[in-house]
Design a binder for this molecule. Structure first.
Ligand code: SAM
Length: 209
């Protein structure tokens, strides 16, 4: 079940219904999800499921499914699994013969893509690049010939370095920096990589390239 990437109104009636009616919600951070559920008056119990406890949390979830319980999976924002925990859980659940379905909702990459002004006919979602410049450049080299819009997630403290590497490897192509999506200070900065680089140091908050 996806959760809002900023604006709390972006919970669909169906997503709320699912969270209300499952036996338990497996959450990346139970404190964050508790706040979200409380805002909607939902008191479904929460269990913790993230990259660091999945060896123990996944068997517990499979056991619940074996007892005919339904389990919802959420991360802190947007879709679980998309640059967030949940991949192994979904694989293991399917391997154990249980059904997995998805609920529609918020996703930062999609919001950024459709308002970017760049082509949405074909696109590659890359997610996060490596933190270190040498490794990051290697990753960019691998995708530089791809003739599609490419969508990256990035942290604000790395944006300048990452854009510099992109200018070096991908060239001065058209881009859009989408920040604080669905929030009060939402902004789409459109231009060439070098134009966006000029203002990148003053860009704060969550961002999609
Ligand atoms: N699972 C999420 C999704 O479906 O979009 C992504 C989670 S990932 C850990 C967090 C990254 O998503 C951030 O570093 C940023 O790149 C992007 N992101 C999340 N919320 C955003 C927002 N409101 N505005 C811009 N980017 C956002």
């Amino acid at each position: 079940v996806p959760t809002p990437i900023g604006n709390l109104q972006e919970m669909t009636p169906r997503a709320l219904d699912v969270l209300k009616n499952v036996s338990v919600v497996a959450a990346e951070d139970t404190r964050n999800t508790k706040k979200l559920l409380m805002a909607y008056g939902i008191d479904t119990p929460l269990i913790s499921h993230h990259e660091h406890n999945q060896e123990t949390s996944i068997p517990k979830i499979i056991e619940r499914l074996s007892n005919h319980e339904d389990v919802a999976v959420v991360s802190d924002a947007g879709y679980p699994l998309v640059s967030d925990p949940g991949q192994k859980l979904v694989q293991t659940t399917i391997e154990n013969g249980f059904n997995v379905v998805s609920v529609s909702g918020a996703n930062a990459a999609m919001n950024a893509l459709v308002a970017s002004g760049l082509s949405c006919y074909h696109y590659l979602f890359y997610g996060f690049l490596e933190n270190k410049s040498a490794k990051r450049k290697k990753q960019l080299e691998q995708i530089k010939e791809i003739p599609y819009t490419i969508v990256f997630y990035e942290a604000p403290h790395r944006i300048e370095d990452t854009l510099k590497d992109m200018l070096d490897v991908l060239g001065n192509r058209k881009m859009c920096l989408a920040r604080e999506l669905t929030k009060v200070h939402e902004e789409f900065i459109r231009g060439t990589v070098s134009e966006v680089l000029e203002v990148a140091s003053s860009c704060k908050g969550e961002m999609v390239i």
